[in-house]
Design a protein around this ligand. Structure first.
Ligand code: NAP
Ligand code: ZN
Length: 351
């Protein structure tokens, strides 16, 4: 076992603070990674504050972080894909059974035995898995991703969650040129969705509650921006959207968006507010609309997304912070004050 520096929260109401945690000795198929950057996802905040207690009770202490970029410090003797010094990524998944139908379909995120990067049972050390706000992490090579060499590392970390979580439903719902696509909420996930949908050739419309984000949205690749609190502006688009990705982290009115769908249009929720949200039957049945959800993406698709981003030079817009500012960053994220993802420079953990 190795003892390494990390940031953890000891309860739902404690701030994240410096601590040390144990990492396992790498097995033959493990990759030991020195973490260089870790993005801050809103799921980190939901988890640290135990906001999802009904669905995934947080076990404390929690070390969050699942947008990890690092350098291979050591590769086990049976590791074939990576060698010491390689730049690699780790997202939300670190293990699965590898044999069930979901794994065979490349959908490890739905494997009943899947292990998340933090707050899942740790089969090696007992307790729960601890995430990327740490000096190192040890991960089976099946869950380690290659990072395209042309991408800036601090800006690439958020692709490991925000990137794949938006890429996967855009692909699943066949977003291509000629489609009219809405993105609800311009935060970490939302801004990645704008960039990817734009790269797929779609007509992209951003719905935001923050008028001051309008110019940024256009720069990021939106064709139109709608201030979602303006009912008149919303009404002008009724019945016109093929697909809408909803990334909002708090309870809101989905029916307002269902009414904007064209016939057979779909809204996919990736935002995960803890509270239930009501759906009006007539908002669905009129145009054969559908409402669905999506969770991150499988490992092969995550690699496909990274390669796509490498080929199209797509990364996240980030504000790089030292880990000592993580609690302030959480509060700013909660108030929509992030452009558009915080990434922690993990070198700060040593200071
Ligand atoms: P984020 O950066 O905080 O962005 C969320 C955005 O939602 C905000 O920037 C804001 O955009 C909008 N918003 C926030 N509160 C709102 C409210 N009360 N009403 C209307 N709009 C509001 O968060 P994120 O990291 O992108 O994550 C978004 C959600 O996705 C979180 O719930 C997270 O847990 C979830 N998530 C799910 C998956 C998955 O696999 N399904 C993966 C990662 C994250 P505007 O200022 O533009 O309105
Ligand atoms: Zn995430």
């Amino acid at each position: 076992m190795n003892s390494v520096r990390a940031y953890a929260a000891s309860s739902a109401t404690s701030p994240l603070a410096a601590t040390t945690i144990a990492r396992r000795e790498p097995t033959d198929t493990d990759v030991q990674i020195e973490i260089l950057f870790c993005g801050i996802c809103h799921s980190d905040l939901h988890s640290v504050r135990n906001e999802w207690s009904e669905f995934a009770e947080t076990q404390y202490p929690i070390v969050p972080g699942h947008e990890i970029i690092g350098r291979v410090a050591n590769a086990g003797s049976g590791v074939t894909k990576f060698k010491q010094g390689d730049i690699v990524g780790v997202g939300c998944l670190v293990d699965s059974d590898g044999t069930c139908g979901e794994c065979e379909a490349g959908l490890e995120q739905f494997c009943p035995e899947r292990i998340l990067t933090y707050n899942s049972p740790d089969r090696h050390l007992g307790g729960v898995t601890l995430g990327g706000y740490a000096e190192t992490i040890v991960v089976d090579e099946r869950f380690v991703l290659r990072i395209p060499q042309n991408l800036d590392l601090a800006h690439t970390a958020p692709l490991l969650c925000a990137g794949i979580t938006t890429f996967s439903p855009l692909r699943h719902w066949n977003v291509t040129a000629g489609k009219k696509v809405g993105v609800v909420g311009l935060g970490g996930l939302g801004h990645m969705c704008v960039k990817l949908a734009h790269a797929f050739g779609a007509h992209v419309v951003v719905f935001t509650t923050s008028p001051e984000k309008k110019e940024d949205a256009m720069r990021l690749g939106a064709d139109e921006v709608i201030i979602s609190r303006d009912a008149n502006e919303m009404q002008k688009h009724a019945g016109t959207f093929n697909f809408i990705l909803d990334t909002v982290s708090a309870k809101h009115d989905i029916n307002a968006y269902l009414g904007l769908l064209a016939r057979d249009g779909n809204i996919t929720l990736v935002g995960a507010p803890p509270e239930a949200m009501g759906v009006a039957a007539f908002a669905l049945i009129g145009g054969r609309h559908s409402l669905s959800g999506s969770a991150i993406g499988g490992i092969a698709e995550t690699q496909e997304m990274l390669d796509f981003c490498g080929a199209h030079n797509i990364t996240s817009d980030v504000e790089v912070i030292p880990i000592q500012q993580v609690n302030e960053a959480y509060d700013r994220m909660l108030h929509g004050d992030v452009k558009y993802r915080f990434t922690i420079d993990m070198a700060s953990l040593k200071t």
